[in-house]
Ligand binder design. Structure first.
Ligand code: SF4
Length: 110
């Protein structure tokens, strides 16, 4: 499914976009309820993780995605340290090799 295709199937396409960018003190729950019934939630989440989007995407907030990334990053580093190839790590996380290389480069810079 291409990026354009999944976005055209998004439940949020016809809703108020402001609820997907809650400001401090506002709840993300209304946006998350819409995401919960969205057929392209996985594609949306993957896109947000890849592009470091802000707000609610794929049923997660920015900080929840940061937690996911940190957990996956730690696991990817562990696999690399155990001599897994980038290709095998990419397969493990269902990501592109390019994404894994960027993750690992980012973690080296941190
Ligand atoms: S998961 Fe949520 S933010 Fe993503 S496309 Fe669906 S409704 Fe929109």
């Amino acid at each position: 499914m291409t990026e354009t295709t999944w976005q055209s199937l998004a439940n949020c396409a016809t809703t108020d976009p402001d609820i997907f960018l809650p400001v401090k003190g506002e709840s993300a729950a209304p946006a998350k309820r819409i995401c919960a019934a969205c057929d392209v939630r996985q594609q949306c989440l993957a896109y947000a993780l890849e592009n470091r989007e802000q707000g609610v995407w794929g049923g997660t907030t920015t900080s929840e995605r940061a937690g996911l990334v940190n957990t996956e990053l730690a696991e990817a580093r562990k696999l690399r340290d155990n001599n897994w190839t980038t290709k095998d790590i990419a397969h493990r996380f269902d990501k592109s090799e390019r994404t894994i290389r960027r993750w690992l480069e980012r973690s080296e810079a941190a």
